[in-house]
Design a protein around this ligand. Structure first.
Ligand code: SAM
Length: 276
């Protein structure tokens, strides 16, 4: 049985994924709990968190198509109170264990440093570096290149801007009044970039931990199908109403027509490696 498309489902993603057809999802994007005492999580500690993420990634490997892709947003590590072990390193291991593959890593520069946790001030004893970045781990199930052609909805300017560097400056939009009731939403622009770069129009986009519904709202806006899962009832309601309020944007790439062939005319060195 396949979970209905264009819905946000309340439940535990590990259980809900059992109701998916295998090989049915084109693209997964999510940000897991970071095991840092947010209101939606009971801190598990490294070992239990590892079991949780291992299970999530291996179930995702079953539901993703062979040429399905994923983007997972994680920090490098947490602070002293919640364990300095690396969430990023753990994700790498869980992806590896699932049999899926990592292709790229985007550095999400939030340009936002708050607080002054110096560690040992002016001493080499135990200095502390503050992070203003998180990471978008980009991967795929069995093959990176798409098996079939589809309709891309990215402009030439967007393509150039988002592929010329793996460092993306994207301001968090956590103070938006419509999503303020979730403690850790990621910005719509981050999802828009990933969706337009990595999926065709009408792709099935899945967020197993949808929170305030950002992934599903952006998928709807840019004419992708979506499924979201969220275990906390109040966030589930928030996500559903946010998606309901989201308008579908019409896609117009006509002004882009004259520059469509541009990459063939320029030095490919400017654009990095050609696709494999
Ligand atoms: C970092 S937040 C996601 C925020 C989301 N990307 C957004 O933009 O709003 C993680 C979410 O995962 C949910 N969650 C945690 N474990 C889950 C599980 N096993 N199944 C479904 N949702 C889960 C939490 O309730 C929380 O809302």
């Amino acid at each position: 049985m396949m979970v209905e498309k264009n819905k946000v489902v309340e439940g535990d993603c590990i259980e809900v994924m059992d109701d998916f057809d295998s090989n049915s999802v084109d693209f997964v994007m999510f940000s897991p709990p970071y095991d840092v005492d947010k209101e939606y999580e009971d801190r598990k500690g490294k070992e239990v968190y590892n079991l949780f993420m291992t299970e999530v990634m291996s179930k995702l490997a079953t539901v993703l198509k062979n040429d399905g892709r994923f983007c997972v947003v994680v920090p490098f590590r947490s602070g002293a109170k919640t364990g300095r072990w690396s969430r990023l390193e753990m994700l790498f291991k869980c992806v590896d264990g699932s049999g899926m593959n990592i292709r790229d890593m985007i550095v999400w520069n939030q340009n936002d440093v708050s607080g002054t946790a110096w560690g040992s001030w002016k001493s080499a004893s135990s200095p502390n570096i503050q992070y203003q970045t998180e990471y978008v781990v980009v991967g795929y199930n069995k093959q990176w290149k798409k098996e079939r052609d589809g309709v891309s909805t990215i402009t030439a300017d967007e393509f150039k801007k988002w592929t010329i560097s793996n460092i993306w400056d994207v301001t968090p939009d956590s103070d938006r009044s419509d999503i303020v009731n979730h403690p850790a939403p990621y910005p719509e622009e981050l999802v828009e970039r990933c969706l337009k770069l990595f999926t065709y129009k009408d792709a099935l986009v899945f967020d197993p931990m949808v929170g305030s519904g950002t992934t599903c709202a952006v998928a709807k806006r840019f004419q992708r199908d979506y499924i979201g899962v969220e275990k906390v009832e109040k966030y589930c309601r928030l996500a559903r109403s946010r998606v309901r309020m989201t308008d579908v944007k019409s896609i117009d790439l006509s002004e882009d027509d004259e520059v469509k062939d541009e990459p063939k005319q320029v030095n490919l060195m400017d654009y990095g490696e050609k696709c494999d």
